[in-house]
Ligand binder design. Sequence first.
Ligand code: NAD
Ligand code: IPM
Ligand code: MN
Length: 366
Amino acid sequence: MKHYKIAVLEGDGIGPEIMEQALKVLKVVEARNDVEFEMIPAKFGACAYFETGKSLPPETLEICDNADTILKGTIGLGHEETLKIPEGERPERGALLPIRKRYNTYANFRPVSLPADLAHFSPLKKEVIGDGIEIMMIRELVGGLYFGDKERGTDSAGKRWVKESLSYDEEQIEKILRVGFETAMKRKKVLHNIHKSNVLLSSIVWNEILSELSPDYPEVEIKHVLVDAASTALCLNPGQFDVMVMENMFGDILSDQGGGILGSLGLMPSACIGDEKSYFEPSHGSAPDIAGQNIANPYAMVGSAAMMLDMIMGLGEESKNVWKAMQSVFAKGFTTPDLSMAAEKEKIISTDAFGDMIVEELKSNT
Ligand code: NAD
Ligand code: IPM
Ligand code: MN
């Protein structure tokens, strides 16, 4: 029996509500496989700050250090509430980025996926969706503007200035590009390289390294797309993309656009992979506008747990079963209210009910 210690960081806003659904699903998988999941809850985010004065308390860090992997909900507050927390302790800067850096989770996989029969979820026309959307966005997660030097000051005339740098070293770029190539090799052997080499020196270096690596992957066709054009192309013809690789900030923005073309951020799971430790979280935030109402879409959270089953536990078949179970709930017409434009009124269900239906579907498809 394989035993896994999983640090469970529910976080803020809708985090606890959607995490509950993921835990229900994991229980089903645990019950019918030769695995044991030891769930270790830990405080993380704004809620941890208000309770302990730290958004990433030392006890949480210790739990994460000792865990095999980490399942994370969402962190953050609305704009006004955030201002009540000192800058360094705000959950994004004080808890989330430090976790990414500590475990060097450099490869962020953000699948943007919508089968053709769920095309009605998308704001895009059916003709645009065609055979469905099946993109793997790969976002570099521990470099770039997020982690560069930051400085602010005031000039002699009393005007404020600010400087923050976008920095990468060769090793960081090589690592993420290899992830891109290798992912492309397992899929359609086409790699869309997203960059901004017409302006940014970092993109020029990125592209240089890409062409030096490409002889190692002779079967992979590279397609270069400037990031601004890529955002339009995602709306006009998403079907042209399969694997997209990009630096941190580009990936943050384009992956939320991914949620937009699917129809909801609630459809965007993610895996944050490091060489030694990885963690799993939805791509979306804590959705303060709907928190506490039992209406959030748990798909991205449950999908992140499914990615964990596959990538950490080697339970690829069970992972597929979880995806299938979620698709079956959708196929029967049920959704949470974020997709209500696409659903019949009587089939709009709560977070909890959605979680229960996933569990039922999962139990019936062994
Ligand atoms: P958000 O992703 O929380 O919400 C944007 C919109 O999408 C909202 O209308 C929200 O209701 C909706 N939405 C998001 N997830 C949903 C779900 N599962 N089901 C239904 N609707 C969903 O973005 P925001 O409002 O810009 O940010 C709120 C807070 O979240 C901020 O503090 C931000 O820093 C934080 N944040 C955290 C993470 C993370 O934990 N990894 C990611 C992004 C944003
Ligand atoms: C994400 C989020 C984070 C990011 C924030 C909360 C720091 O938006 O995971 O996409 O910008 O990376
Ligand atoms: Mn984001």
